[in-house]
Design a protein around this ligand. Structure first.
Ligand SMILES: [Zn+2]
Length: 133
């Protein structure tokens, strides 16, 4: 298998195969229909990488998804603080939480997809380094 010459971060954001960087990791490019948001082909069309190396491989993506959600909460805190300000004396903390939770729930399909791409990328890179030794 030929390794990707594209940067890893570009592959992650474009949701491409971490091995070749050419084909999409998900069957539907769009997140709709939502009940098929995580449907993936069994193998990469270009390089043949198995998209689910073993049963239950993606259970660990919950940790990646959690970390991405926390990062999004922090980004929301920064822009909300700069635009509206957050004070302990009024309800601005409540408004921030409602706004931020809404944004994180809205972004959840993309967070789940990016978590899978990051998880498989980590696995592929570890496997590649093991094979080089
Ligand atoms: Zn591939």
């Amino acid at each position: 298998m030929k390794s990707s010459s594209r940067p890893i971060l570009l592959n992650i954001f474009k949701m491409r195969c971490p091995e070749c960087g050419k084909s999409n990791m998900f069957i539907n490019k769009s997140i709709f229909p939502l009940n098929h948001v995580l449907d993936m082909p069994e193998h990469c069309k270009e390089c043949g990488l198995k998209m689910e190396p073993e049963t239950g491989f993606y259970f660990g993506t919950g940790y990646v998804s959690y970390a991405l959600s926390l990062i999004l909460f922090f980004i929301n805190l920064v822009w909300y603080w700069l635009i509206f300000g957050i004070h302990i004396s009024d309800n601005s903390i409540l408004y921030y939480l409602v706004t931020s939770i809404s944004i994180v729930i809205f972004c959840q399909p993309w967070i789940m997809r990016i978590s899978r791409v990051i998880y498989l990328s980590i696995y592929v890179n570890i496997k590649r380094k093991k094979n080089q030794q």
